[in-house]
Ligand binder design. Structure first.
Ligand code: FMN
Length: 178
């Protein structure tokens, strides 16, 4: 599958199949996240893969999307490392959420190309996630990413295109028109 096809078919997973996820497949997908570009090549991302059922159950209690977290064969928790984070964008904000987002984007597209489905969950209780995974100070959980094979019906409804703004609504030339 080429990258544009992966972009067109990437859908947030609403339901996972019970099929297990091979460690090599998971490694391949995480390998795509590892190769992402970042500001000054600081690579401020870290990923913890949670496969243990009890830990997934506890993580599920930290999010309103808990059903999805508990039902996935694995949950990848994405973190940012604070020491790698300078304030640079316009002099008022750090690029680290962008860096980690680019890396998660790579991961999701690679997963799609492997026939897997993911979701990207930012609604979670920070303290609970920290407690479950024993996260030290200075490390920030940014996303829970349940990953696995999708149940048959996943993404079979509307095409991605239907849910997106038109080019005219988001792209302009030479000045900001909105
Ligand atoms: C940065 C980011 C954060 C997201 N956070 C959540 C979330 O917390 N919970 C959730 O259910 N979906 C979350 N999503 C998934 C989006 O809701 C989903 O990608 C969007 O609605 C498009 O869905 P569609 O491809 O079916 O149109 C997130 C996606 C992104 C990129």
């Amino acid at each position: 599958m080429d990258v544009l096809e992966a972009i067109r078919t990437l859908r947030p997973c609403a339901d996972f199949a019970s099929r297990p996820l091979a460690p090599e497949t998971l490694k391949k997908v995480l390998g795509a996240a590892r190769l992402a570009p970042s500001q000054r090549n600081l690579q401020p991302w870290r990923f913890v893969v949670v496969r243990d059922d009890e830990k997934k159950r506890l993580l599920a209690q930290a999010s309103p999307k808990g059903r999805l977290v508990a039902s996935a064969p694995a949950v990848i928790v994405a973190f940012a490392v604070e020491e790698d984070i300078p304030v640079t964008i316009g002099g008022y904000i750090s690029a680290y959420p962008l860096d980690v987002a680019v890396s998660i984007g790579h991961l999701e597209l690679a997963a799609t190309a492997e026939g897997l489905a993911t979701n990207w969950i930012v609604e979670f209780n920070d303290e609970k996630v920290r407690a479950v995974l024993n996260v030290p100070e200075g490390i920030h959980p940014l996303a829970l990413i349940p990953i696995g094979y999708p149940a048959d019906a996943n993404g079979k409804g509307k095409p991605v295109e239907d849910g997106r703004k038109s080019p005219d609504e988001i792209i302009a030339y030479d000045e900001y028109p909105w």
